[in-house]
Ligand binder design. Structure first.
Ligand SMILES: NC(=O)c1ccc[n+]([C@@H]2O[C@H](COP(=O)([O-])OP(=O)(O)OC[C@H]3O[C@@H](n4cnc5c(N)ncnc54)[C@H](OP(=O)(O)O)[C@@H]3O)[C@@H](O)[C@H]2O)c1
Length: 428
């Protein structure tokens, strides 16, 4: 074998620890795969004194020092779209070091500039762990499903949201209740906004869209809606209709435009996405004439994420000074497609109204829907309690989002409507 491939690791938390442990446990096999011995030469994190369950090698107080060390690859596992993570990645690439990262926020925001820098310096920038954790979807989109192009990528990309929705369905409890329990068990962050608000899914989606369509990551164009407004009633009604509610990231190519959005959707209970349960992730890829493909597995956690990071380290070592392009093609050839009018997409909609049970409410709702050109396929009003709030649920025929929104805006203005109406697209 030739000289060892020297690895510097910044961040020794969930993912970083997993990488160190896996390299220790399977280093020999991995070195054979890389064609070079893999050797950790430097590590950094915030707290040197923290017990981590493995031996610290080459500690640096300042993670930026890893970029100036003799490492061949800097593995950035700190996180964040700015600050130390961004500085470290930029400095390591500038110093001609390969970079492996799991940082979707950083790449979603600065992916194009970082890809250009890596290319200029002739080094790798790899990020398999940044989208869907252990599922090797980045490689699939970058290298495998390329012959016939990709029409659409659709995924459950956030384990926290999927865990919450799965638990809400299993237990009939509210979003707030289940979130609190998930936080107590460590499945959700103390500040869950990035997860439940859909932002984390948007980061991952824009990376997958970039790989699938040959575009520069375009986070600003992703329309994002989270799951905080989903009620136990919505989930129960979905189940009654033969559907489940999932938070989806969807990227579609429409001619010379691209539609990217994150939103709760009702998917058929028997379909593959509906059966991605708990903290798992699932991604479906519509690859033109090649057909449709579905991938599922663990999207987060120590071992699955470390698995993806290690695959990147081994690939970077094996490729040496012939790195494969960051997004599957040269940075200069990444295009910018205009955003499509996502609201023009036609689909059936689930609508829920919380209204006062007084005469004329239903007629008023029906009137506004009809004025906006929204026709109703079915309706459920459960129980009657005159003068009290009740839920009315409707399923529309296939309708454009813009028309439904127009109707709901008018309906919301009524003093008989208690809360903002809920609209969720349904799989046709
Ligand atoms: N967790 C997952 O399942 C998962 C899945 C996919 C992608 N990712 C991504 O992987 C990255 C790491 O996530 P994680 O879950 O492993 O995070 P984590 O458990 O919070 O670990 C973060 C590590 O970074 C260190 N750190 C934080 N701020 C620092 C600073 N200013 N200077 C030096 N070190 C600093 C921490 O040091 P101390 O240990 O000393 O506090 C810790 O070791 C993130 O980009 C995340 O989005 C995570």
């Amino acid at each position: 074998m030739t000289t060892p491939f020297r690895i510097a690791i910044a961040g020794l938390g969930t993912v970083g620890s997993g990488v160190v442990k896996a390299l220790a446990a399977r280093g020999d096999d991995l070195s054979h795969r890389a064609g070079r011995a893999l050797q950790i030469t430097a590590m950094s994190a915030r707290d040197k004194t923290r017990a981590r369950g493995f031996e610290i090698t080459g500690w640096r107080d300042d993670p930026l020092a890893l970029a100036d060390s003799d490492a061949d690859v800097v593995v950035e596992l700190i996180g964040g779209d700015e600050g130390i993570a961004r500085s470290l990645v930029e400095r390591a690439l500038s110093n001609g070091k390969h970079v492996v990262t799991a940082n979707k926020a950083l790449l979603a925001k600065h992916g194009l500039a970082l890809a250009k820098l890596a290319e200029d310096k002739g080094v790798s920038l790899k990020f398999e762990a940044a989208a869907a954790g252990g599922i090797p979807i980045v490689k699939v989109l970058r290298e495998d499903l390329i012959a016939h192009g990709v029409d659409a990528v659709k995924g459950i990309l956030n384990g926290t949201c999927n865990y919450i929705l799965t638990e809400m369905e299993a237990s009939g409890r509210s979003f707030a209740d289940v979130l609190q329990e998930a936080q107590a068990k460590g499945y959700a962050e103390a500040d869950p906004t990035l997860d439940v608000g859909g932002g984390d899914t948007a980061h991952k989606l824009c990376l997958l869209a970039s790989l699938a369509f040959g575009t520069a990551p375009d986070l600003a164009s992703v329309a994002v809606e989270g799951i905080t407004h989903i009620t136990a009633d919505d989930i129960a009604f979905a189940s009654e209709f033969g559907f489940r509610i999932k938070l989806l990231g969807v990227a579609r190519r429409i001619g010379e435009r691209i539609d990217q959005k994150v939103h709760p959707a009702m998917v058929r209970a028997r379909g593959p996405l509906a059966n991605v349960s708990g903290a798992a992730n699932g991604v479906s890829v519509d690859a033109g004439e090649a057909g449709s493909f579905f991938f599922s597995g663990r999207g987060a956690g120590e071992a699955p994420t470390a698995s993806a990071v290690i695959a990147d380290i081994v690939e970077a070592a094996a490729e040496g000074d012939q790195p494969s392009p960051v997004f599957g093609r040269s940075a200069a050839s990444l295009t910018r497609l205009e955003p499509a009018d996502g609201k023009a997409q036609v689909t059936p909609w689930y609508l829920r109204f919380e209204v006062l049970d007084v005469p004329g409410v239903l007629a008023a709702i029906a009137g506004h829907l009809s004025e906006a050109g929204v026709s109703i396929e079915s309706m459920i009003q459960r129980g009657r309690s005159p003068g009290e709030p009740v839920a009315i649920v409707m399923i529309t025929h296939e309708t454009a989002q813009a028309a439904v929104e127009r109707a709901l805006k008018a309906i919301s203005a009524s003093d008989k409507v208690r809360t903002r109406p809920c609209m969720i697209p349904m799989e046709a």
